[in-house]
Design a protein around this ligand. Structure first.
Ligand SMILES: Nc1ncnc2c1ncn2[C@@H]1O[C@H](COP(=O)(O)OP(=O)(O)O)[C@@H](O)[C@H]1O
Ligand SMILES: N[C@@H](CCOP(=O)(O)O)C(=O)O
Length: 326
């Protein structure tokens, strides 16, 4: 989260009259995160998160992820629920942005994820994939392979100012992935951004998943690849195979990865690394003046991508027997 758009107290108090959550007691912007403007809100009936959806969220996509949260919660996946206003709507308008209120989820995200956290996220991801099977809405992933070249075109002219040679590095990787991206792997509802800051724990126990604006329909194993990138590297950028094994095994206990999915994992992990490299690069080069946001480091994902480029088989991610989750 971040704060791109400020909200005046009078406007917020007026906005809250449309909801049955009581009077505004206090609110403050949340500096964490990079995508939307978020506020922690205290009202007489409880604590909530107010989100104003910014650049990467299309208005047409709001019903998808807001109703997905309700769908998942009904099937036992712990995640926040959108509050409906008095007209029964899950979002309305504030400060000229679409805005939603969701309930506050207890827990903290792990600053230093360990193997137990990785197992927790693997299990929760698989359960989410299973719970999404009968979700009736469809949303294409605009940040999958077809979306990467437009991001590259936006960032290419200034990419070398971030690191010399970055432009060519990305261009080569994009060519590689565009010609090999799998088309026949199992698809379904994916979270698409299940980073540590989007998974809450109480002690070692996972207490819930947040941040669904990127959720969409895409290759299920691509979601696993996103998590391998987000959870299984150390601060010194080395890959931690113990964490990866814990994540993959826990995932596999709930939803077994097919042989084809396992074989595709190194390529999917390259794609996932490139996706976050590109969005971070675009954001890094285009911080809006006055925004309360700390752009994330694109070069972290260059290093991760280089690691995956050197991966020969899924065994390098901790799986010992292709075709079966150890
Ligand atoms: N439902 C929630 N309950 C409690 N805290 C939340 C909730 N949603 C978001 N937050 C807080 O806001 C931070 C960033 O939220 P996130 O959804 O990742 O932002 P963004 O909209 O930029 O993707 C989280 O790390 C957490 O501290
Ligand atoms: N996870 C993305 C950034 C978007 O997620 P947010 O939850 O931090 O807003 C990344 O790390 O690049």
């Amino acid at each position: 989260m971040a704060v791109y758009t400020d909200v005046a107290a009078e406007d917020l108090a007026e906005f809250l009259k449309g909801y049955d959550i009581g009077e505004l007691l206090s609110y403050k912007g949340i500096a964490e995160g990079v995508e939307n403007s978020n506020f922690l809100l205290h009202a007489t009936k409880g604590a909530y998160i107010l989100t104003l959806y910014e650049k990467r969220v299309a208005l047409d996509d709001l019903p998808y992820f807001l109703s997905l949260m309700a769908h998942l919660a009904e099937r036992g996946v712990r995640c926040p629920q959108p509050a409906k206003n008095r007209k029964g709507e899950v979002y309305s308008w504030l400060a000229e942005r679409p805005a939603a209120i969701i309930n506050f989820l207890e827990g903290v995200w792990p600053r230093r994820p360990n193997a137990a956290h990785c197992a927790g996220v693997g299990e929760a991801l698989a359960k989410m994939h299973l719970a999404g099977r009968d979700f009736p809405l469809f949303r294409k992933n605009t940040l999958s392979v077809e979306g990467w070249r437009p991001l590259f075109d936006l960032s290419a002219p200034r990419a070398d100012s971030v690191q010399p040679g970055l432009r060519d590095f990305i261009a080569r990787e994009l060519d590689h992935l565009e010609t090999r991206w799998p088309v026949d792997l199992p698809v379904g509802v994916i979270h698409a951004d299940l980073f540590p800051d989007n998974v809450f724990f109480l002690g070692d126990k996972l207490s819930g998943l947040i941040d669904f604006p990127f959720s969409c329909n895409d290759i299920l194993a691509y979601d696993v690849a996103i998590c391998l990138n987000a959870w299984c590297f150390e601060p010194d950028h080395s890959f931690n195979v113990t964490k990866a094994r814990a994540l993959l095994n826990a995932y596999g206990r709930e939803r077994k990865l097919s042989e084809a999915e396992q074989e595709a994992l190194p390529l999917l992990a390259r794609g996932a690394a490139l996706r976050f490299l590109l969005t971070r690069l675009v954001d890094f080069l285009n911080v809006p003046p006055g925004a309360l946001v700390k752009p994330k480091d694109p070069l972290e994902y260059v290093r991760k991508l280089r690691f995956h480029q050197g991966v020969e088989s899924v065994r390098d991610y901790g799986l010992t027997q292709p075709g079966c989750v150890a």
